[in-house]
Design a binder for this molecule. Structure first.
Ligand code: 5GP
Length: 194
């Protein structure tokens, strides 16, 4: 998606440790008009898939997913991050290793809101090693919900997350794909297929 790519090149900052900072429009200050167009692009790509729920992870996925949910006209569920290990039976839980901190944490969502009849589109801001998305996929599988695919704003295509998800049969639609990045050389994007 050209607008997102241009924004990444203009405002993104590459930090050591393979972290792209996009705090000006995606992760701290948010650009709702851009989010709306991202939502429209995912809706175009997942048209006719019968999506009836979006699932993301707190915190940085929520803004993107909330606006996409309005575009799709469906509810948005976000998995919560919990530090508690002993959780009662009314929730699905999965373990996720954090990209930025390395710690393993539990994510959870209520059984009341993730149903076997759901056709779920997973959404997140970044796809790196794929742990966050695999955790969301795990929640859906426990619920017996169908996963129609994963919508990602920024896929770091040189990291294994995309392959892991596609290897699980998940259709991944990324709006921008980074082929390489470093503080010295900057950002190299994959050509926009659109
Ligand atoms: P994964 O689980 O795929 O390794 O990482 C995805 C999660 O880590 C995303 O939810 C995102 O919050 C965070 N993340 C991964 N890489 C980056 C990055 O380069 N920049 C930022 N801002 N967040 C990232």
């Amino acid at each position: 998606m050209r607008e997102l790519e241009e924004r990444i090149l203009r405002d993104g900052k590459v930090y050591a440790g393979d972290v792209l900072k996009v705090d000006g429009f995606l992760n701290h200050q948010l650009d709702p008009a851009l989010f709306r167009r991202m939502g429209e692009e995912w809706r175009r790509r997942f048209a006719d898939q019968g999506v009836n729920k979006l699932l993301t992870l707190e915190a940085s996925g929520i803004g993107i997913a909330a606006i996409a949910g309005e575009v799709f006209g469906c509810p948005v569920l976000f998995a919560k991050k919990s530090r508690t290990r002993n959780i009662a039976g009314s929730v699905y839980t999965a373990q996720v290793e954090s990209y930025t901190h390395g710690q393993v944490y539990t994510i959870l969502c209520s059984k009341e809101y993730l149903l076997p009849t759901d056709r779920v589109l997973l959404l997140d801001d970044f796809l790196a090693n794929g742990n966050a998305m695999m955790g969301l996929l795990d929640l859906c599988r426990q619920a017996g919900a169908a996963v129609v695919g994963a919508g990602v704003a920024v896929e770091k295509a040189y990291q294994p997350g995309g392959e892991r998800l596609r290897g699980q049969g998940v259709r991944v639609e990324s709006l921008a794909r980074i082929l390489a990045m470093s503080p010295e050389e900057g950002i190299t994007l994959a050509p926009d297929p659109a």
